[in-house]
Structure formats: structure tokens, C-alpha cells
Design a binder for this molecule. Structure first.
Ligand SMILES: Cc1cc2nc3c(=O)[nH]c(=O)nc-3n(C[C@H](O)[C@H](O)[C@H](O)COP(=O)(O)O)c2cc1C
Length: 351
């Protein structure tokens, strides 16, 4: 295995938290992040994360066991906080001696973080604002992920660049990973220089060779432009809809039609806000399954980030990691060379 001393040095903090060789997290993707992909990621030195989004406690238990058969390395489990079985799913992770739980789709309370810690597992979650980030660290979260709006799947309102400036740069010394619109090693190296302890990538791994996603799903992502990966509109402010980034197709129109249908029922008191929102979540999960597993790229959900703009070929996980490390190392070598060139030429780089 080739060494990349400069970027590996910068990744040390993140590796310490994850127990991995490289501080690159394979973001959980419902239906895609299953035992094959996740174990292959962790075996390649990064940190794979199982997506429990479409699983009940029994299904998660067997998926963790399958993953553990395929890798001895650490991997995490992503749990969506809306899941009514949240506590059961955490217990399953603890009983199976999972190393990390990543809570998504909500802001965890202290009791949930404590429950994860009671099993000796580490708790990670997402933070949308500086005040939430500070609160989560006070409540004992082990690390945070800042995920920008460029990402694929469910997204928050702010871009990665804003989150970096609002949270990362104001919380130096705290363990923070960055996600959303990241692929090139140069950017990953620069994020480490800004104080990030690692990065999370999703879309590129949905399209990698080890991903079980249907070939037509991968092909649709690999040939799409970034501007096609959009977030469908929310029809009514009174009925907030979780924004989801996906490549536009007939499924997008169907989602808007479904929203309209549920809104009409909501107006007639035929459905509650919670049930209506849950039914929209089920719509996404079902249509993502159709696209990912059955290759229905017309009507299924093609969740993906804007990064599809530069994801152009199906590569193996080890090729993706090697390219990232080479780019990061070359960037760090060049920037230290440029600094010393400036000094040799008598240019004061500080002024
Ligand atoms: C198809 C797809 C499904 C996703 N499902 C989930 C999920 O179940 N839970 C979650 O926390 N994030 C989910 N994400 C977000 C990823 O974990 C990751 O944070 C994101 O893809 C990173 O941004 P990128 O797509 O620009 O690389 C999903 C992303 C994609 C593309």
C-alpha cells in the first residue's frame, strides 16, 4: 500500500475517531449501503456506514452480522431519527457490538446519545447551525458531520461552503467531518487544513463497482449533469416537506402530485401533519427502492448530489480512494513547495 505522508498525517485525528486507515466516510445510502458495499469500504481502509433507513430491528441485526462476517474493520450504522423503532435499532447496534452509530434526520437529545454510549459505542450526528453544533458537543456527541445542500438524498438548506464558514471555522479543535459536493483530493486536503477531521462522500460510491445499485441507476447518475440533481418544490409552507435532492424524472412530478393529494387531505382534516409527512417519506423510500434495485430510472427516485457533474465513470472503491489520496498529497506538496519558493524569492507570504 502506497504511503501518502502529508494527507495521512492530516487524517490522523479522524482515523483515531473512526478506527480506520483513511478519514473518509462512505455516507449511508438507503437500499445501497448494505453489507457488500459497507464491508468493501471498510476493507479498503475507509469507514463504511450501513443505512438502516429501510430496515426494522430484525433486518438490521442480520445486516450487521453479515457485514461483520465480511470485514473485521470498524463500520458505522446510520439510523434515521424519525424511525419509530429508534431505541430498538440502537439496542440492536449495541448488542451486535457495532463501533459507531450515526444519527440522521433530526437532532438527538442527551438521552439518545447516552443510550449509545452505554453500549460503549460512539455517537455521531449532523448539525445544521452553529448553536446546534455547540449544544450537541455539550451533550456528549463524539463527532459531527456538516452536510451541505449540494449532497444527494435528504438535505438541509445551507451549502457546504456556508456550513464550513459558519460552523467549522468557528469550532476549531472539535471533531467535525464535512459532506456534500466533495470528491477531489485537493478539496479534501484543504478541508483538513481548515480543521476538518475527515470527509463523507455518498454519490460517488452509489456509482462505484462494488455498489449493488442497478446498472441503469448507475448509468443515469454517471450521465447526468449536476444541474439535473434538484430538490422538488414544497407546495405549501404550512406543510413542510423534507427536501430531497434527486435527478429530475417522472418520479419528481409524481412526488409533487402526491404532495398535492396529501395537502388536499390535510385541508379536509383527513390526515394529520405527522401521518402526511410520514406518507411522503414512504413515497421516497419506495421510489428509491424501485430505482436502485429494479432500475426504474423513469419513475423511481434517482437520489444523487450535484457532484454527479464530475462523477463520470464506474470505478472501484480502491481506485476512488487512491485518486483522492494522490490528488491530496500532490496538492499539499505543491502548496508547501510554493510557500518555500515565495520565501526563497524574498516574497513575504504573510503580507
Ligand atoms: C441515493 C442516496 C441515498 C441516501 N440515503 C441516506 C440515508 O439513508 N441516510 C443519510 O443520513 N444520508 C443519506 N444520503 C446522504 C449520504 O449519506 C451522504 O451524506 C451524501 O451523499 C454526501 O454528499 P454527496 O452525495 O455530494 O457525496 C443518501 C445519499 C444518496 C445519494
Amino acid at each position: 500500500m502506497k504511503n501518502y505522508p502529508k494527507i495521512q498525517k492530516l487524517m490522523e485525528l479522524g482515523n483515531g475517531i473512526l478506527g480506520s486507515r483513511y478519514a473518509i466516510l462512505g455516507g449511508a445510502m438507503t437500499w445501497i449501503s448494505e453489507s457488500n458495499l459497507v464491508s468493501a469500504m471498510s476493507n479498503a481502509g475507509m469507514f463504511g456506514i450501513l443505512a438502516s433507513g429501510a430496515m426494522n430491528a430484525d433486518a438490521l441485526k442480520s445486516e450487521i452480522a453479515l457485514t461483520q462476517e465480511k470485514t473485521k474493520n470498524n463500520f458505522g450504522v446510520n439510523i434515521i431519527m424519525l424511525n419509530p423503532q429508534l431505541q430498538n435499532l440502537i439496542d440492536v447496534c449495541g448488542e451486535r457490538k457495532t463501533s459507531h452509530v450515526i444519527l440522521a434526520g433530526g437532532i438527538p437529545d442527551k438521552a439518545t446519545i447516552d443510550r449509545i454510549h452505554s453500549y460503549g459505542m460512539q455517537a455521531l450526528s449532523f448539525a445544521p447551525t452553529l448553536s446546534v453544533a455547540k449544544r450537541l458537543f455539550k451533550q456528549g456527541i463524539d463527532a459531527l458531520i456538516l452536510e451541505g445542500n449540494e449532497a444527494g438524498g435528504h438535505v438541509g438548506p445551507l451549502s457546504t461552503m456556508i456550513l464550513i464558514q459558519d460552523i467549522l471555522l468557528n469550532m476549531k479543535g472539535y471533531p467535525i467531518f464535512i459532506a456534500g459536493g466533495i470528491l477531489r483530493g485537493e478539496v479534501i486536503a484543504a478541508l483538513h487544513q481548515f480543521g476538518a477531521v475527515g470527509c463523507q462522500l455518498g454519490t460517488v460510491f452509489a456509482c462505484c463497482r462494488e455498489s449493488i445499485a442497478h446498472k441503469d441507476f448507475k448509468r443515469a447518475l454517471l450521465s447526468a449533469n449536476g444541474r439535473a440533481a434538484t430538490v422538488p418544490v414544497q407546495l405549501d409552507k404550512r406543510f413542510p416537506v423534507a427536501p430531497v435532492r434527486a435527478i429530475e424524472n417522472k418520479g419528481t412530478e409524481e412526488f409533487i402530485a402526491r404532495q398535492r393529494e396529501i395537502l388536499a387531505k390535510f385541508d379536509n382534516d383527513d390526515v394529520s401533519m405527522d401521518d402526511g409527512r410520514l406518507s411522503l417519506e414512504h413515497f421516497w423510500a419506495g421510489s428509491l427502492r424501485r430505482a436502485v434495485l429494479e432500475g426504474d430510472v423513469d419513475r423511481g427516485s434517482l437520489m444523487s448530489g450535484q457532484i454527479v457533474e464530475i462523477v463520470r465513470e464506474e470505478r472501484s472503491i480502491s481506485e476512488i480512494i487512491a485518486t483522492i489520496l494522490q490528488e491530496a498529497e500532490a496538492f499539499l506538496e505543491n502548496s508547501s513547495q510554493e510557500d518555500s519558493d515565495c520565501w526563497e524569492n524574498g516574497v513575504d507570504v504573510v503580507n
